[in-house]
Design a protein around this ligand. Structure first.
Ligand SMILES: Nc1ccn([C@@H]2O[C@H](COP(=O)(O)OP(=O)(O)OP(=O)(O)O)[C@@H](O)[C@H]2O)c(=O)n1
Ligand SMILES: O=P(O)(O)OC[C@@H](O)[C@@H](O)[C@@H](O)CO
Length: 225
């Protein structure tokens, strides 16, 4: 059995403030999106890679990723991450397991991919996450309203891995209900399917704001890449 990965790369990168889509940013000379796709290209259990791109960036991405044979399609995304992923999910061939992974998370490891894939095969739904290190407050109008027990709080990453049927049903139901979530698992949770957690790595950061580029440089140095 193998899995297909959907990589959303159709964002604006507004918070990065670099004036263009951050997935094209070069980190130590290599564009972020090439770094991300490379990890899946080299992962044995991955059979196909599909990306969501802004319509006017499909050509640029096609050129940039031309030497990755597992890239089977680059599809026009939507105005929200969820819509971008759904546009891809609707057109890919049916498969056993589908993973979703942010184009802006280039430091995903094969170790995490192995753990997630295995969990998705066994449990139908699995996410990569790490325990919260800080104390997290619920804040309403500038005032603390509660302090959830930290041992129950996990910071969610991608990849998130599901059986094809579980993910498609969740996206169809979200569309029917007009529900917009900030990750894929939240769509699956509302269908009643139990989502399992595979311990991820603190290295698997999402490049979101400019200071993340300092962390990226440090991570590359640590890996000797
Ligand atoms: N309409 C969108 C929005 C986001 N993404 C992708 O989803 C991933 C995670 O989203 P995020 O970090 O929020 O990226 P941006 O939306 O680009 O960032 P910002 O919110 O700062 O504009 C990124 O790889 C991004 O390209 C997407 O495919 N389609
Ligand atoms: O900031 P946005 O809501 O566009 O995207 C957030 C998602 O990428 C994020 O929820 C996952 O990476 C899981 O943390």
């Amino acid at each position: 059995m193998m899995y297909t990965v959907i990589i959303p790369a159709a964002g604006q990168g507004r918070r990065m403030g670099c004036g263009h889509n951050k997935v094209f940013l070069e980190v130590d000379g290599i564009p972020v999106i090439r770094r991300t796709v490379e990890v899946f290209q080299a992962h044995t259990a991955c059979s196909a890679i599909y990306l969501a791109a802004k319509e006017d960036e499909i050509g640029q991405l096609t050129t940039l990723l031309h030497d990755f044979p597992k890239v089977r399609g680059i599809i026009a995304g939507g105005s929200e991450r969820q819509y971008s992923i759904y546009n891809v999910l609707k057109v890919i061939p049916k498969t056993d397991i589908v993973m979703v992974h942010d184009g802006a998370r280039p430091f995903i490891s094969h170790e995490t991919l192995d753990a997630l894939y295995e969990s998705a095969l066994n449990n139908r739904a699995a996410i990569a996450a790490v325990p919260a290190k800080d104390t997290v407050k619920v804040v309403v109008d500038g005032q603390v309203s509660s302090t959830p027990e930290r041992s129950t709080l996990w910071l969610t990453q991608t990849p998130q891995a599901f059986t094809y049927d579980v993910l498609l049903t969740a996206y169809q139901r979200a569309e029917a209900d007009g529900f917009l979530g900030t990750d894929d698992a939240s769509l699956v949770e509302r269908t009643g399917v139990i989502v399992h957690v595979a311990q991820g790595s603190y290295d698997n950061i999402k490049l979101t704001t400019p200071e993340d580029l300092y962390f990226a440089a440090a991570l590359l140095k640590k890996r000797g890449i």
